[in-house]
Design a protein. Structure first.
Ligand SMILES: [Fe+2]
Ligand SMILES: [Fe+2]
Length: 349
């Protein structure tokens, strides 16, 4: 088989003595640099969170509450591990394009993802729960229900690593855009945001675990910056290559169908479980609960997660479409990227 000579040899990067950006001048006026400044100001340390009340609460909670919280926390924790491991190729990609301010911001981004893993694992250790046991229980349950699944295939297991590693060998605008769509717009902007909404509802109902609540609020604040960067990245590429907007739209839908499809709840059925004001209709959920051999509470939990996820897909598309009215210079500055996320409550005002 002939070697594909179009692939860049990533070991052959030469940096020119006259072109170090810190010497020539950094762009303090662009969004990535501002995000870097905020990241330094808003530093926090998971070791400083007090989990003593969480330990007491967790011991007092009933089995159903414990399982719901712990399964959900494990899902977040492994997602954080995945994004920690897979941000690295993007840092190499933007660095090789000479976008030093972006690379500088992404160093804080990578450290924050690592900190999020650290936070969730500390919480498990503090309350005395073994997340690996939860995984094994979940697998056992799947076997009992006869659900076939390849544990090496999934958004975190195979899709994200593939998308992010593509930029090591493919420096096309579409390759970089797919990083922003998959990592920031979908995983952070749809999955994580939908997850935080559910956390909020659980804590409103159960008023427990103050340490977990405190850490989640800090994680969410970091994620607001990450999503803002993703908006910046996608808009910068789309302003210069508006023809890629069709790809952006179809790609985020493809990711949503891929991820939410694993829950086996038909998309149309999920929509019919809520009234026009977004209230869950318990009586309509019963047949679905019976069909999947779960209780109605579980249907509500999963259906809410899916519904908010798809609502977010629409919002993320609108955010990206704004790029089409920006000049290249406005997109480089990140014009409107922070304001858009404040309006969506992705970041604090
Ligand atoms: Fe994170
Ligand atoms: Fe993140």
């Amino acid at each position: 088989m002939a070697t594909d000579t179009t692939l860049p040899d990533i070991t052959q990067v030469i940096r020119h003595e006259a072109e170090w950006k810190s010497s020539r001048g950094l762009r303090y006026d662009i969004v990535p640099w501002r995000l870097y400044q905020k990241a330094k100001q808003l530093f926090w340390n998971p070791t400083e969170i007090d989990f003593s009340r969480d330990k007491e609460d967790y011991a007092r909670m009933d089995e159903q509450q414990r399982r719901t919280i712990a399964f959900f926390a494990r899902g977040f924790m492994v997602g954080e591990e995945s994004v920690t491991l897979d941000i690295v190729p993007l840092i190499i990609g933007v660095a090789d394009e000479g976008r030093v301010e972006e690379a500088v911001y992404l160093t804080t981004f990578a450290m924050e993802e690592a900190k999020h893993v650290d936070f969730f694992r500390r919480w498990f250790d503090a309350v005395g729960e073994d997340p690996q046991r939860l995984y094994e229980e979940g697998e056992q349950r799947r076997r009992e229900l006869g659900v076939e699944r390849d544990p090496t295939v999934g958004i975190f297991e195979s899709e994200l690593p593939k998308v992010m590693r593509r930029v090591l060998v493919d420096r096309s605008p579409e390759a970089f855009l797919d990083c922003g769509i998959t990592y920031n717009q979908f995983i952070e902007g749809c999955l994580a945001i939908s997850g935080y909404k559910l956390w909020g509802e659980l804590f409103k109902r159960w008023k427990v675990l103050p340490g977990l609540q405190q850490g989640l609020a800090l994680v969410r604040r970091d994620e607001g910056r990450h999503i803002t960067y993703g908006t910046y990245l996608c808009r910068r590429i789309l302003a210069e290559h508006p023809d890629l907007m069709d790809f952006a739209r179809s790609r985020i839908y493809e990711l949503a169908d891929y991820f939410f499809g694993q829950f086996r709840f038909p998309k149309e059925a999920v929509g019919s479980l809520f009234d026009d004001d977004g209230r869950f209709l318990t009586d309509r959920a019963q047949p679905l609960a019976d069909a999947f051999n779960v209780d109605v509470g579980e249907v509500e939990f999963i259906a809410s997660f899916i519904k908010t996820g798809y609502d977010q897909v629409e919002r993320r598309i609108q955010v990206m479409e704004k790029a089409l009215s920006l000049t290249d210079e406005e997109a480089l500055l990140g014009e409107g990227a922070e304001e858009a996320e404040i309006a969506l409550e992705t970041v604090e005002a």
